[in-house]
Write a protein that binds this ligand. Structure first.
Ligand code: FAD
Length: 297
């Protein structure tokens, strides 16, 4: 079986290569621009696009590549840019895309999340090329390396390209929660933005990255958007997830289902997060967080 990978980050490229290797004997990576070193793949297809263009402009080139190579499966990291590319590729090939895939089963089917994570659906893609948006936690993290053959593709300019006029920095998290080993997640139990500082200290003591629920990122805008966890945010698979002032609504907990251990701190003993937690601390985070930090110091 031949599997193609389209991922933006190095960590996800490696994780998807490793995951694809379970069912594919030929793993090939599409790399817009300079490829990552030593990916555990058989082939890397490099597509250089114009410096003032957009990565999305590789779509026509990818369509031609897939027509020639006819991959059985395409595994895509579900970033905004990749979704734009692969949606157009699927339309051109007359195939469909299965989103939110969390598992590939031995019989060639996949399991994916539906109804905002409330249910799982098992599906089988028909047709020669099946495309999947794969949740970043679907496969184990991987440090595997390889020596793939590098093939350069001629860039096929789109009929109506997008020209980049300029670019400026924006505050953005450099954290990739999908591959973090420890994550502290904060929720609306945190009353004020300045109250995040002591929780950051606790996270540092735990060598953990800081994430949050959607209202903290999208409502309050206290943390960058890419740090919120859940069905419409980051999907985690850490060793430890520590939820602080998080109620545990399903849209959030879908993103932490694959955590090996969940610790929850909440002042409401009937908060749903405790149903999923391995260790629960019923208490006021404003007392528990300093106490834990003190112990860890
Ligand atoms: C289509 C859709 C998609 C969504 N996607 C996501 C998603 O991807 N991710 C996501 O997170 N949400 C998502 N949501 C929102 C989700 O439904 C919940 O509203 C959200 O997760 C709740 O966030 P929270 O736990 O921070 O807040 P709340 O539900 O308000 O919970 C706050 C908790 O803090 C506790 N608390 C308060 N004060 C203290 C204190 N001093 N000490 C200790 N505990 C305290 C309370 O007891 C409570 O349990 C989505 C919603 C919809 C409709």
């Amino acid at each position: 079986m031949k599997a193609f990978i389209l991922a933006e980050t190095e960590a996800q490229s490696r994780a998807l290569c490793r995951g694809a290797r379970v069912f594919a004997d030929d793993v090939e990576v599409i790399s817009p621009g300079q490829p990552y070193e030593g990916l555990p793949a058989d082939v890397v297809w490099q597509i250089d696009y114009p410096a003032d263009g957009m990565a999305e402009d590789i779509t026509e080139t990818v369509i031609e590549l897939f027509k020639a190579e006819v991959p059985d499966r395409v595994l895509v990291e579900p970033t905004r840019r990749n979704k734009l590319i692969i949606g157009r590729v699927a339309a051109a090939l007359g195939t469909s895309v299965i989103p939110d895939v969390i598992e590939f089963t031995d019989d060639g089917a996949v399991v994916h999340l539906v109804y905002g994570g409330l249910a799982h659906c098992r599906e089988k893609a028909l047709g020669p090329t099946a495309i999947f948006l794969v949740n970043t936690s679907a496969f184990e993290k991987s440090d595997d390396t390889g020596s793939p053959e590098l093939r350069q593709l001629d860039f096929r300019a789109p009929k109506h390209a997008i020209k980049r006029l300029n670019m400026s920095d924006n505050e953005r998290s450099s954290v990739d929660l999908g591959v973090a080993e420890r994550v502290v997640g904060i929720g609306r139990g945190v009353a004020k933005e300045e109250d995040i500082a002591p929780i950051r200290v606790l996270a540092e003591k735990l060598s953990a990255e800081l994430g949050c629920t959607r209202p903290i990122a999208e409502g309050e805008k206290w943390l960058p958007r890419e740090t919120y966890i859940g069905v419409s945010g980051a999907m985690l698979s850490p060793d430890i997830y520590c939820a602080i002032g998080v109620s545990g609504q399903v849209q959030h907990t879908v993103g932490i289902n694959r955590a090996k251990k969940i610790i929850a701190i909440n002042k409401d003993k009937s908060a749903p997060i405790f149903k999923q937690a391995d260790l629960g601390i019923v208490g006021d985070l404003y007392k528990v967080v300093p106490a834990l930090t003190e112990i860890l110091s």
